[in-house]
Unconditional design. Structure first.
Length: 274
């Protein structure tokens, strides 16, 4: 048995039009998986099937899951909105819709299969408001989660960082709850990535110094493939005992922050002063 192989595996990927999701979908196809994709824009990746799905719409999610149908071995959650969109739309896609999408697939995931979701290393301070995030994660469905967000817009802010913190906390909590069912859930925390989203959105709402700070200590943006490969590992049989992991994919950023080697605010201030 080749623990690294996806030959004969059936997988679903959300967010395969561009960036990390497109890179992951292409590699999954290359590795022999039967890949079914969804996104709000048509993907050029030659998958087994593709559907236009807006994660802001629970009914569209339910319809897509029923149409794809059957059992799967892996779910890849790569869709997301940046903070250039309305805050509640960001929360709907990055957390509420992603959670609803994931929950619809969980009963269809074969034992030993997994869910690999993209968050962000912008969630590095999630412990500071963990209690509030757990309140949101405890809401039972999309509608109640949205109502909670509407009542806590001070926490939600622009939606981006808080949505990423929420999907991390949700993943860790559900991983423990589903362990005895043999379903694994993990999440990656990428550093800034050279994707169309970076070019077309992120750079419009934050100065270059912010992305430079979150790209330390390596000093460059990561490439989509560099973020896709860890996702494929987490849903492979090689990661059969890995669940509940929030995996930094940032070339030392998280380690540097946690050990005091990096101070993000000082890095940003220093870059601006320079």
């Amino acid at each position: 048995m080749d623990l690294w192989s996806y030959a004969g595996k059936r997988v679903v990927i959300a967010g395969c039009f561009s960036g990390i999701g497109e890179a992951a979908a292409r590699e999954l196809v290359r590795l022999g998986a039967e890949v079914h994709g969804v996104d709000v824009r048509e993907s050029a990746v030659p998958m087994a099937s593709f559907r236009i799905v807006d994660l802001k719409e629970p009914a569209a999610i339910d319809k897509a899951v029923e149409e794809i149908g059957g059992q799967i071995d892996g779910l890849f959650n790569c869709a997301g909105l940046p903070q250039t969109f309305p805050a509640l739309d960001v929360m709907k896609v990055n957390f509420l819709g992603m959670r609803h999408w994931t929950e619809q697939w969980i009963p269809r995931i074969n034992r030993g299969g997994g869910v690999a979701t993209i968050a962000s290393n912008a969630a590095y301070r999630l412990q500071q408001r963990l209690a509030q995030t757990l309140e949101l994660v405890a809401t039972p469905d999309f509608a109640s989660g949205l109502a909670w967000c509407e009542e806590h817009m001070g926490l939600v802010a622009d939606g981006y960082t808080f949505s990423k913190e929420a999907i991390v906390v949700y993943t860790l909590k559900r991983a423990a709850e589903l362990a005895r069912q043999g379903v694994r859930l993990n999440v990656t925390l990428p550093s800034p990535v050279a994707t169309p989203m970076m070019r077309d959105h992120f750079v419009k709402v934050a100065p270059k110094e912010v992305f430079d700070a979150f790209s330390e200590p390596v000093g460059r943006l990561s490439q989509p493939e560099e973020q896709a490969y860890p996702l494929l590992f987490l849903n492979s049989d090689a990661a059969c005992f890995v669940s509940g992991l929030a995996m930094p994919v940032d070339f030392g950023f998280t380690g540097g922050v946690n050990t005091g080697v990096l101070d993000v605010q000082k890095l940003i201030a220093g870059a601006r002063a320079g």
